[in-house]
Design a protein around this ligand. Structure first.
Ligand code: SF4
Length: 350
């Protein structure tokens, strides 16, 4: 189903728009670090940024942040509906409310009224931990249904107030419940924000996010995507792009292929790959064509194992071989490997 189009500042959600990557800055609005983090997130391709607004004092910093950043700013409101009003006055581009803690219907209606007046959308976002009806002993299906019900109740209040600039989300900390709850949300005509909550460290969170969001995206569910990790917010944005590229037709401009290394590898391939990758942030997503670039640990198997790559390098003692579609074109000293490949990538991307 083509979703209703909802605009968040200069970003379009729904319709035929590609899923927009959003992030959440982890500092308070008043922190001197907040704008710097958001700028780094912008450089990594973050299209919208959310920020927690814990009290009125912090809400007062929204307009100051907005003046210094390029992407839409979303105010994350819990418990106190009046903070949403203040955030809108301060220029927030979207409000996120949590159905389970915002309270009485009239409070939601007040938030809808001011958002309507300022033409900004509201995300109704339920997290499994905050829906008190959900018990640990509930089956996946029941947990998902209760999560959905929490969202549906709030959506009904907004609709009754004549408000329809709505984005919905339902997040669990486990993969099956997240998928099941989003299958239920897909019945709404509103754009869906997808994510898994409280995923843990990157080694766990990337797997959980990739499994749940990957499946949903392949089913065509998800208009905006957020990866949550116990890690820095720039890294979260990069992982979100990786999930999108791996599971949809919306590709990043470069797909890096690299071998896991083995006893034949004599270089620090991880360090080399990270250096090369750092020259190419994902900000030009999505691209009509992806360049497959291989960085391989040895010359014996590297070019063959990466024969589907457009271009690549493989290390060999003090030398490195450069290859195109698996065919060796040039041998050069190891120390010029990074600059040579970086230059080649830029040439091929022109
Ligand atoms: S390309 Fe070479 S170094 Fe890399 S995994 Fe294969 S054999 Fe090992």
């Amino acid at each position: 189903m083509n979703k209703k189009i909802v605009r968040v500042g200069n970003v379009t959600l729904g319709g035929k728009s590609p899923p927009a990557v959003q992030g959440m800055v982890k500092t308070k609005p008043s922190s001197v670090k907040t704008v710097n983090w958001i700028k780094k997130m912008e450089d990594a391709g973050c299209r919208m940024v959310r920020i927690a607004v814990p009290d009125e004092y912090e809400a007062g910093f929204i307009s100051k942040i907005k003046r210094k950043i390029k992407i839409p700013l979303i105010a994350d409101i819990h418990f106190d509906w009046r903070l949403a009003l203040k955030a809108v006055d301060e220029g927030a581009d979207k409000i996120r409310i949590n159905p389970s803690n915002i309270g009485a219907s009239w409070k939601v209606r007040e938030v809808a009224k001011i958002c309507n007046d300022h033409k900004i959308p509201i995300r109704v976002g339920a997290n499994i931990g905050s829906v008190k009806e959900i018990k640990k002993s509930d089956s996946t299906k029941i947990r998902a249904r209760k999560l959905f019900n929490a969202v549906a109740k709030e959506v009904a209040i907004l609709e009754k107030s004549g408000f329809s600039e709505i984005v919905v989300s339902a997040k669990a900390e486990d993969v099956p419940t997240t998928i099941e709850a989003n299958h239920l949300l897909a019945k709404f005509r509103y754009p869906i924000h997808i994510g898994v909550t409280a995923t843990g460290l990157p080694e766990d969170g990337i797997v959980k996010s990739g499994s749940a969001l990957g499946q949903l995206l392949r089913e065509g569910i998800g208009d905006t995507i957020r990866v949550s990790l116990v890690s820095d917010p720039v890294y979260e944005v990069k992982v979100a792009y990786s999930i999108l590229s791996a599971n949809t037709d919306y590709k990043s401009k470069i797909n890096f292929i690299a071998c896991p290394t083995c006893g034949r590898c004599k270089v620090d391939l991880e360090k080399i790959l990270m250096k090369i990758k750092s020259h190419f942030p994902d900000s030009s997503f999505p691209c009509s064509r992806t360049l497959d670039v291989a960085v391989m640990g040895c010359e014996v198997n590297g070019p063959g194992e990466a024969k589907n790559a457009d271009i690549g390098i493989a290390f060999s003692g003090k030398k490195v071989v450069y290859f195109e579609k698996g065919k060796i074109k040039k041998t050069l000293p190891k120390k010029s490997a990074i600059s040579f490949l970086t230059k080649k990538i830029k040439q091929f991307l022109k």
